[in-house]
Design a protein around this ligand. Structure first.
Ligand code: ZN
Ligand code: ZN
Length: 382
């Protein structure tokens, strides 16, 4: 169905994207490269500058019907790649270690298929989304006034998944990936000369106690039936100096749960602990939330459509017993209608996502395109 020459072109595109990775929110050249690759196509609409560097292609069918959106993410990570690849990252400290180069290539390949054979009914939107890794991209796209033109009735996305046999379609009805949020806590006291610490106000005790209490809370949550996870990701006290007693401390925490409501309660509990420590030590406290991800909750019926597409393409399927502990901002599209996110196995022993030696397997490019195509035809063909 997809000619070898076409696959070669797509692999070339993927390698170009891989060699020129850009961080979340900075995917300017990535978007340009993709648009350039798609420039000979004749979609009914191209919408650029969506929520930053995002863009979308719209293909309309002959008759009215549902608007179905397929999403790919485009951003890379602030990690130094360690690889011997001929197309390894040219940007120091930035690399495509989550396979978003591959996801974008799959969507670009699907665009070329749609261009040749449009859907019979309804409308197909292909969304190239920025800033997935920071959890901001989906919301930025949704909050963009131009989103009104592509607001979906149904939405699908895929993510490659190391740890599963290559080409296995990984499914789950209901929650697929966790909700998460980062919390920054800052204690402010007063610096002093290290020889006269009594003239200042050090947040050292408050920080140390808070960290121990958070570790305690983490253990308590681990013992509960519902999944709740807390990770202290960063902490800092004062400046790197021997002459000054510290006047400021920071503690960063990431919390995760399979339910959005549970996450709110967890955040309150963490902040309560921080407040108590600030009061006991007469410190000022400031807190803020960052990179919030809603839980990705799949629609059971759409999951069945993905399963059917997998069977049509003679692919193995695997139903997950529990959701993934990581988060995906694709969950945000669930506010407009049913959604389904599914996994595509990258290989049982493939390096894990975000590992410095991860590279998206090119073999998944035709598989991803065929799956999107089968899903799309199932819904849009008369
Ligand atoms: Zn990632
Ligand atoms: Zn990813």
């Amino acid at each position: 169905m997809i000619a070898n020459k076409e696959i070669e072109k797509l692999i070339q595109l993927r390698h170009n994207l891989h060699a020129n990775p850009e961080l979340s929110g900075q995917e300017n050249q990535t978007a340009k490269q993709l648009i350039n690759f798609l420039k000979t196509l004749k979609p009914d609409q191209i919408i650029q500058g969506l929520g930053g560097n995002g863009f979308a292609l719209v293909f309309r069918g002959k008759t009215k019907g549902k608007r179905i959106l397929f999403r790919a993410d485009m951003d890379a990570l602030p990690i130094q790649e360690k690889s011997e690849l001929s197309y390894s990252s040219k940007n120091a400290g930035v690399a495509h270690l989550c396979g978003h180069d591959g996801h974008s290539t799959i969507l670009a390949g699907f665009a070329r298929l749609l261009n040749e054979k449009r859907p019979e009914k309804g409308e197909v939107v292909l969304l190239f989304q920025p800033a997935e890794e920071t959890g901001q991209g989906a919301l930025q796209v949704i909050n963009d006034p131009k989103f009104e033109r592509i607001k979906p009735d149904i939405a699908f996305a895929l993510h490659n998944l190391p740890g599963f046999e290559q080409h296995t379609v990984v499914l789950r009805e209901q929650t697929f990936a966790a909700a998460s949020v980062g919390i920054k806590i800052r204690f402010t006291g007063r610096t002093a000369h290290a020889s006269q610490p009594e003239t200042g106000l050090s947040p050292a005790t408050a920080l140390a106690r808070l960290m121990l209490q958070l570790e305690q809370l983490k253990k308590q949550w681990e013992a509960e039936k519902d999944f709740k996870l807390l990770t202290i990701t960063h902490a800092k006290l004062g400046k790197e100096a021997f002459g000054t007693a510290p006047g400021e401390a920071f503690c960063w925490i990431t919390i995760r749960s399979f339910k959005d409501e549970t996450l709110d309660d967890m955040q309150q509990q963490c902040l309560e602990l921080a407040k108590i420590n600030a009061e006991e030590n007469q410190l000022e406290i400031h807190s803020s939330s960052h990179e919030p991800f809603a839980a990705t909750v799949n629609d059971p019926q759409l999951t069945k459509i993905v399963e059917k597409a997998a069977i049509q393409n003679h692919l193995q399927t695997h139903y997950l017993a529990i959701p993934f502990k990581w988060s995906e901002d694709f969950g945000q599209f669930g506010s407009f209608g049913p959604i389904a996110l599914f996994g595509l196995g990258s290989g049982k022993n493939h390096p894990a996502l975000h590992n410095p030696d991860f590279d998206f397997p090119d073999e998944l490019i035709p598989t991803g395109i065929k799956l999107f195509d089968s899903i799309c035809r199932e819904i849009t063909d008369l």
